[in-house]
Design a protein around this ligand. Structure first.
Ligand code: PLP
Ligand code: COI
Length: 340
């Protein structure tokens, strides 16, 4: 397969129009058979439910070229399951899970020339999404929906690759108790746009959100979960009903415990104890594991002992093992790698 002529290693996290995308429509109470299209534009009515009431959700996963030249995806079944749960919470018809995985495979196969080569530092990001498309003016769910998946080659989510980030503690809340923080609804990201613009203006890479009810516990950032490393080398990740159940985080906790033999704990993390951790990282499909060097809370700095130059040693081990599995250098646990 001849690859596109792209400077793969110079890619950031941006949209590049690729050849084919998948589209399926839900009408008269059923999903049609769906298929690939070259048309990247969507035409809809001015009163479409997604435009008026933000009835939309999405997923994110990646395709990789392995060391031995295969094209693979990482745990697409978990994205299918999470989008299913998200759709139910937003009163949308879920896209069948097996069809989701099948559609992912079709999109990757049709855009194989866009899957970045092994060792380039880039990957093919896949963006499944689902939205209410018919006109709705009274507040209620749509009757007609569109499910799509497009692909775009991407580099690192944060500028500077794996250089440690500086975060700030946000004065805004990301998710309410009993709200939608645990699903991948577009509305969660709309509300994070103002805080992220403010954070960037102040020179920070991302926001650390605290729990909305007490503002004493660590939740997540706008686009990734937290991982902390204790001074004795254990891995801790915040447990909360209002954060997204990150597939990367769940995979890393398994890697920590079952492959690296580390103590790995999912529990509430109080902001007060953050200063006592040895390392901190953000994990997600886009973020992979991005190390955090410093967190600033209204002028008060928490600097992790791992410093601002490189990833801490435990974070690095987790990063190397996860990316090793994704790129086929390390044997994957059963079912994690889906070959295209
Ligand atoms: N948290 C938020 C708010 C996200 O947007 C993402 C990205 O998907 C994650 C966490 C990480 O989830 P995953 O590892 O499934 O990509
Ligand atoms: C992902 O990691 O797939 C996400 O959806 C995060 C987003 C902020 C790009």
């Amino acid at each position: 397969m001849e690859k596109k002529d792209i400077k793969w290693s110079e890619l950031g996290f941006g949209y590049v129009k690729t050849d084919k995308r998948y589209v399926a429509n839900f009408r008269n109470g059923a999903w049609d058979e769906g298929g690939l299209t070259e048309d990247a534009d969507i035409v809809m009515n001015e009163c479409a439910c997604v435009l008026q009431y933000a009835q939309t959700c999405f997923e994110g996963l990646k395709a990789y070229t392995t060391e031995d030249g295969r094209t693979v995806c990482f745990r697409p079944d978990l994205n299918a399951a999470r989008m299913y749960d998200t759709a139910l919470r937003l009163e949308m018809p879920p896209f069948p899970k097996e069809r989701f995985v099948e559609a992912v495979k079709q999109v990757v196969k049709a855009n194989e020339a866009w899957v970045p080569p092994y060792g380039s530092g880039a990957t093919l990001y896949l963006r499944p999404y689902l939205f209410g498309i018919n006109p709705v003016i009274g507040v209620k769910p749509a009757d007609e929906y569109q499910f799509r998946i497009f692909a775009t080659p991407v580099g690192p989510y944060f500028k500077g690759g794996v250089k440690p980030l500086t975060l700030c503690v946000s004065d805004f809340d990301r998710a309410a108790p009993h709200g939608t923080g645990h699903i991948k609804a577009g509305l969660n990201y709309a509300m994070s746009l103002h805080p992220i613009v403010e954070a960037h203006k102040a020179g920070f890479a991302e926001n650390m959100y605290l729990d909305a009810a007490t503002r004493t516990k660590v939740e997540e950032t706008g686009g990734a979960n937290f991982l902390f490393v204790t001074k004795d080398g254990g891995v801790v990740t915040p447990k909360s009903d209002s954060i997204l159940p990150s597939i990367t985080r769940r995979s890393l906790m398994y890697v920590a415990k079952e492959i690296l033999g580390l103590k790995a704990e999912e529990r509430e993390v109080h902001f007060d104890e953050v200063k006592d951790f040895a390392e901190c990282g953000l994990c997600g499909t886009a973020a992979v594991i991005s190390p955090v060097g410093k967190i600033v809370d209204h002028g008060k700095e928490i600097a992790f002992p791992s410093g601002m130059d490189e990833m801490g040693p435990v974070t690095k081990k987790l990063y190397d093992t996860l990316t090793g599995i994704q790129m086929g250098r390390i044997e994957a646990p059963e079912g994690w790698i889906v070959e295209i």
